[in-house]
Write a protein that binds this ligand. Structure first.
Ligand code: AMP
Ligand code: ZN
Length: 114
């Protein structure tokens, strides 16, 4: 756990979030600044700065649960389809340095993204 990390604080319930799912491996909650009618973030309960850091930790159970949770939320909120995105580093515009998968649904999603 990282003391000052925003999303670790959500895991510890020190900051409120509109949670849609929580278990020992992941927490999912609505994004504060939604980019689609449904915009949910799925995060591991352990701190990892981004996907590369998370992959190095090599915990296949947590990694599998993160993907499964994204699929559960996608199918729940996006019956017509959904998109899962992870931003890493400055070129991708990562602004919170605790790994998160964005689950976007509820409107047609243009491709390629910006
Ligand atoms: P990224 O730019 O990929 O790092 O995404 C970070 C996301 O976290 C953005 O979509 C923000 O709107 C979202 N965000 C930042 N703070 C909060 C918060 N306290 N609760 C929910 N979402 C947040
Ligand atoms: Zn963290």
């Amino acid at each position: 756990m990282h003391e000052d990390c925003l999303f670790c604080k959500i895991v510890r319930k020190e900051i409120n979030a509109k949670e849609v799912l929580r278990d020992e491996h992941v927490v999912a909650f609505h994004d504060l600044n939604p980019q689609a009618p449904t915009h949910v973030l799925v995060i591991p309960t352990v701190h990892a700065e981004h996907l590369s850091d998370f992959a190095k930790q090599g915990n296949p159970v947590t990694a599998g649960r993160l993907l499964a949770a994204a699929a559960e939320i996608g199918t729940r909120f996006g019956p017509n389809g959904y998109r899962v995105v992870m931003n890493e580093g400055p070129d991708a515009g990562q602004s919170v340095h605790h790994l998160h998968a964005h689950v976007l649904a509820g409107r047609p999603l243009a491709w390629p993204p910006g």
